[in-house]
Design a binder for this molecule. Structure first.
Ligand SMILES: Nc1ncnc2c1ncn2[C@@H]1O[C@H](COP(=O)(O)OP(=O)(O)OP(=O)(O)O)[C@@H](O)[C@H]1O
Ligand SMILES: [Mg+2]
Length: 567
């Protein structure tokens, strides 16, 4: 910044000296003996004077490019930092944030908005600063050259400032609108591209294209309104500025005729006026660019300052490590923030002893996955307390809590990387042997060897090159590798055939050994071996006990067992 400022000042001084050189060339330059008798070039020959002028021009050029480089450098730096900061911030947000904000929209802000700011900061600000300096310096030189003409000029300029500000504000508003519309369109496209096979299976290509076109048209309309306003702004400024220059020149020409001003002075006044005028029009253009970027910046800052709904304690407690987790739910009631009228969990109380294996059973929508979401603290309870090893989970740091939980989610996520790296995600510092051992337990080994490059086979974006059951096994291997005190399995083996399930179950049994485990399952084979079953229905516990006890009770569990748990 210091360098940029220095080049900026030097460059501006140089260009402001050039008109003075012209003035003296005209007023003293054409004497008999070819030696100037006064002014900047006293005692120089005509050739030397022109050479000095050329030297000034070269100096100016060097300053311009040095300033351009330094200011652009700052711009690029700002954008790179801003991008990382916003991205980092977004990743910290809680589940609630992603329920309302679409991923495509975040992407559009990260790329589109930052690119807009980049153009503005990278080039417009550089031009704007240069023009600002030239404007101020030029005005000072105008005043010094002829105060009378300058005052006339100033009066005219004051008239221009107010409309400039009013129109500028409007451009800013329209610009924000148009960026919002673009973000909407990308959000839409992002969702559809992720689901393209469903779109094609239902032959909705046409209607999806129309939907996107409508969205793109909306952003076109706003952009055109902005451009129109901006075009009007530019025309207004050019006419006003040129008009006032011509007017002042006309007065100046009369002054020279009357002998109260020299020709050289008028010439330099004209040059200064041109400098000031071009600076003014650049400033106006840059101003509306900056207004445009201000719209985008506002949106980025919103993201940058977004506070995660899940707040961490300032001084989080350290988890008492026992190797096995104890989990307590104390009168937990929970409503999803987006659906406050119904309780997803209603007054839930249970206590899971260290090392215990629990099955959560219940009809679809009963709230089983929600229990896991709360354990991982993706949401906070509405009422009641969840304890992990006797600590209220809200008093632990998110990282520490989650480091102690391994989860196989209902729909496992595979990253676009190879199998080895996908399993390694469970514990990034694991050795290759440990990864392969985990893969063996999860029966990943069995199919991975048939892939062209074994563990190094690229699995496609979101694991599209794997079957559903294969994806589940990778996710299980990842959880086994993580080796955490609490293991959560959300229908982890639902996509496997009976035979593979028995094999994977062996691996899981080994992983569950001496660990607290909560299993959500729909099959008796999986549920039979647990210590205790908790039966949920509509967010409430309606039965609890060992699998055999529950069968005898002839309640919901017995009914589910006879209907869908088949061995
Ligand atoms: N993000 C959310 N916002 C609002 N409501 C939700 C959200 N996620 C789930 N729900 C609702 O909460 C209830 C419990 O959902 P949950 O996912 O816990 O069911 P589940 O027992 O895991 O069912 P399944 O066996 O089908 O997976 C459902 O009625 C569901 O519609
Ligand atoms: Mg579920």
């Amino acid at each position: 910044m210091v360098l940029a400022l220095m080049f900026l000042c030097l460059g501006s001084v140089t260009i402001l000296v050039i008109p003075l050189a012209f003035r003296d060339l005209i007023d003293f330059g054409f004497g008999q003996n070819q030696k100037a008798t006064g002014g900047l070039f006293a005692d120089l020959s005509l050739n030397q004077r022109f050479l000095s002028l050329f030297g000034l021009a070269c100096l100016w050029a060097v300053m311009i490019s040095a300033r351009y480089y330094t200011v652009s450098w700052i711009g690029e730096r700002v954008i790179a930092d801003l991008r990382s900061a916003v991205y980092g911030r977004v990743l910290l947000q809680s589940a609630q944030f992603f329920e309302t904000l679409q991923t495509g929209e975040v992407l559009s802000r990260l790329t589109g908005d930052t690119t807009l700011i980049q153009t503005v900061v990278g080039s417009s600000v550089s031009m704007g600063l240069r023009s600002l300096f030239q404007f101020v310096g030029g005005m000072a030189m105008l005043a010094a050259t002829s105060f009378y003409l300058f005052s006339l000029n100033l009066g005219l300029m004051a008239l221009l400032i107010i409309p400039l500000l009013v129109i500028g504000r409007k451009v800013k508003k329209l610009s924000r609108e148009s960026q919002d519309k673009i973000a909407d369109a990308s959000a839409l496209a992002g969702e559809i591209l992720n689901a393209v096979s469903t779109v094609q299976a239902y032959s909705q290509e046409r209607s999806e294209t129309d939907r996107f076109t409508a969205s793109a048209e909306a952003s076109f309309k706003t952009a055109i309104r902005r451009t129109r306003t901006r075009g009007f702004l530019t025309a207004f400024i050019v006419i006003a500025v040129m008009g006032s220059i011509i007017f002042v020149l006309w007065i100046g020409a009369n002054l020279v005729q009357a002998g109260s001003m020299t020709g050289g002075q008028l010439a330099s006044f004209i040059l200064y006026a041109v400098i000031v005028a071009s600076a003014t029009s650049t400033i106006a253009e840059v101003w509306s660019d900056i207004m445009r970027a201000a719209g985008a910046t506002g949106r980025l800052l919103e993201l940058l300052h977004a506070k995660p709904a899940i707040a961490e304690d300032d001084e989080p407690q350290l988890l008492t490590q026992t190797g096995k987790a104890r989990i307590q739910f104390e009168r937990v009631t929970f409503r999803y923030p987006s659906r406050l009228q119904t309780a997803a969990l209603d007054d839930l109380t249970f206590d899971i002893a260290p090392g215990e294996k629990i099955a959560l059973v219940g009809p679809s929508g009963a709230g089983k996955t929600t229990v896991f979401q709360l354990l991982l603290r993706f949401y906070d309870t509405t009422e009641g307390v969840i304890r992990f090893n006797n600590h209220d989970v809200r008093r632990l740091s998110l990282q520490e809590l989650r480091n102690n939980i391994a989860i196989v989610p209902q729909d496992p996520v595979i990253f676009s990387a190879d199998a080895l790296d996908n399993i390694r995600y469970g514990r990034p510092d694991a050795s290759e042997e440990e990864i392969i051992a985990a893969a063996r337990s999860a029966q990943v080994d069995e199919f991975i060897h048939r892939l062209p490059e074994g563990y190094r086979t690229f699995l496609g974006e979101r694991g599209t090159r794997l079957s559903g059951g294969q994806r589940q096994r990778i996710a299980i291997a990842r959880a086994i590798l993580k080796n955490a005190p609490l293991l959560l399995l959300d229908e982890a083996t639902s996509a496997l055939d009976a035979n593979s399930e028995i094999l994977v179950q062996e691996g899981l049994d080994a992983a569950m050994l001496g660990r607290t485990t909560i299993i959500i399952a729909h099959r008796l084979a999986t549920v039979k071996k647990v210590d205790r079953v908790i039966v949920l229905d509509q967010g409430r516990i309606i039965e609890t006990g060992s699998p055999d006890e529950l069968l005898k009770q002839n309640g919901l569990y017995a009914k589910l067992a006879s209907l869908q748990f088949t061995v």
